[in-house]
Design a protein around this ligand. Sequence first.
Ligand code: OSB
Ligand code: MG
Length: 379
Amino acid sequence: MNLVPGSVADFLHTPVSLSHLELVVVELPQVKPFYSAIGVRNSRKALIIKWHTHDGVIGYGECSCRPDPFYSHEFVEGAIQVVSDYIYPLLTKVRTYGEALAALSKVRGWNFTKAAVEMAMNDAIRRSGGIGILESWGRERIQRVPVGISMGLFKDEATMQQSIEDAIEEGYQRLKFKISPEYSHPYVFRNIDECNHPNISFDANGSFGKNDFDELRLFAHFEYVIEQPFAPGSFYLKEEYQFANPSLKVCLDEEVEYMGQLIEHKDEIKEINIKPGRIGGLYYTIEMIEYCIQNAIPAWIGGMFETGIGRAQNLQIASFLQGAKAHDQSPSSRYFTQDVLVKPIEMDGGFIDSSYFFNPEIDEKALQELTVKSLSLGR
Ligand code: OSB
Ligand code: MG
């Protein structure tokens, strides 16, 4: 199986220049708290990797894992340790993009962390005037990327109604509702029932188990796609559940960190949420998108509440998915009062213009103001 086009294979010979890495932890206060089966979130803590070349150019990459290991095993402080102790020493010896990918692949797991390094390296190549890995791909792009909203668990009916109304008003191309077994309140079902939107989905973040089939049935009843109903590693529960309830439509998120996992489940799923960080970076994202296109698996780009740096990267990738109905890439104002790009990511009628985000200008001053910790490797 050779999914990656020859032009991308050639791109891997591109020389890379690394003087040192800077690791910056930023914390962006959120406009309001976000509730999901994972927990509550009041701010976005992210690790930004700055790749400094010998010519003084800086490339930026965002490690979009959570600060705690509640979405995947990765967490911000762990990511810092993995880059400092294992990844950076390996990178000091690499001469090309391909060698860097090979070095990163020596570390097992830690996909969000490795992805951030690759994105920073790719960004440095591009900001040095070269072409990046996505441009080498050769696929056609769309300019206006359709956007879906991921809505948290609501505390009460009034909040739910207001949020749905606002999302429809803003033109979101999909409404995704977070769900959990404890969230089976009559008002939730009533409002979803009455929700007049052509594209609705659910996201359980793996919260349904063997003892929650009754609750799952209440949500599956709508026949909307349910993202990650069971915890990663518990996909077998789908078969058990479906024995009595054939209509479950599954989208995978947390479960898929490698191509092999997508291949294993491909006939059982309706669609896949691709998060470039979760699957280990840009190269693997190209590979997975090629696989999805060649096997007619609907794919879209998911989010991790990234800052503008990670968001811009996601939007670039989303622009290569011609047929996707919506990507979880809300504009920055939905989450943050202050972001780290000079021109914030804005949405217009449910679409974001992706063209600017191939070379977004970083707001270094904002980045500094939001920094809670930083360290330098190799300098
Ligand atoms: O399950 O898709 C998820 C954010 C953090 C962790 C997991 C998920 C999410 C989102 C965010 O849904 C969507 C966004 O970034 O707008
Ligand atoms: Mg999800």
